[in-house]
Design a protein around this ligand. Sequence first.
Ligand SMILES: [Fe+2]
Ligand SMILES: [Fe+2]
Length: 326
Amino acid sequence: MKTGIGKDEQGFRPIDLKYLKGDFQESFEIFYKTEAFGTTQYVLFVSADPQHQDKARKLIEEKEGTEDFFIKEDDLNKYYCQATAHLRDMIADPNLSLEDKTRKIYDVSKEIMKDFFEFNASPKILKSSEEVVEIMDDCLSDADADFHAIFEVTSNDYYTYTHSVNVGLYCLAYGVKTEMGSNDIRNLGLAGMLHDVGKSKIEPDILNKNGRLTDEEFEIIKGHSPQGKEILESMRCYPSCVLQVAGQHHEKYDGTGYPNGLVGEEIAHFARICKVTDVYDALTTRRSYKKALAPFDALTVMNKEMKHEFDHKVLANFIKFMGPEL
Ligand SMILES: [Fe+2]
Ligand SMILES: [Fe+2]
């Protein structure tokens, strides 16, 4: 295996070797990081040459969990293609519980969204989320969707990337529970996962500010909704129901939401569902300035104090699915 040195630190992304088992779908280079003379160097660990794949496989198995490995940012899509193919194999294991399957899918989804939000990866990376939504749909549809299994694995610490995955999973489970068609379930799950992509355009200082936002800052935050729609529109691969969720998930049923003050059923059905799951996840996750509410308390707040914001039927369904074991 030949050795080379990467020059540009910015162009490398950390990866997890455990997702690279099985045959490679497409070849790409893998690097490890060394520090020498005060500088960081990325040394070639696996070349992209298909002839080296057997050797690469052995090395990957030996090194799993031992060192930090990296790939070039341009290869992220190939990496996630490999990771989701491996995920599909793992999920097919009949001995794995729904919770374990959900946890594995959650981990890969989280990495995809983290690359997008925290490392400013290109929106092209979002294409990989379609694959994980599909895998999650297969899993939940087989196992009689269980919101509680999902709630068990969702992160309680709020980051935009974990929030995105949580909302995606809640939307997907909502679609399965209400017996939507398979296409709708996947589009709804995807729309939930991508609803806040516009936040990638907002300054982190404003997005993560502790405490009250000024009016001006709030106006900037509000922009994430139309900006998200624009990002997804520019990719020219998403149906209008997915774009609508990005653009309308802050509209409120009574017309007091933003950006357009739409009322009732003027708001797209999927956006009304996302509104409920979005608020639920915001309430049940912890931020530096607030505690996480328990599911029962969050649903009580939503049903008593915020009811005017939601489509009552969607809220009632959501409470019914989340409710029995609360
Ligand atoms: Fe939002
Ligand atoms: Fe959100």
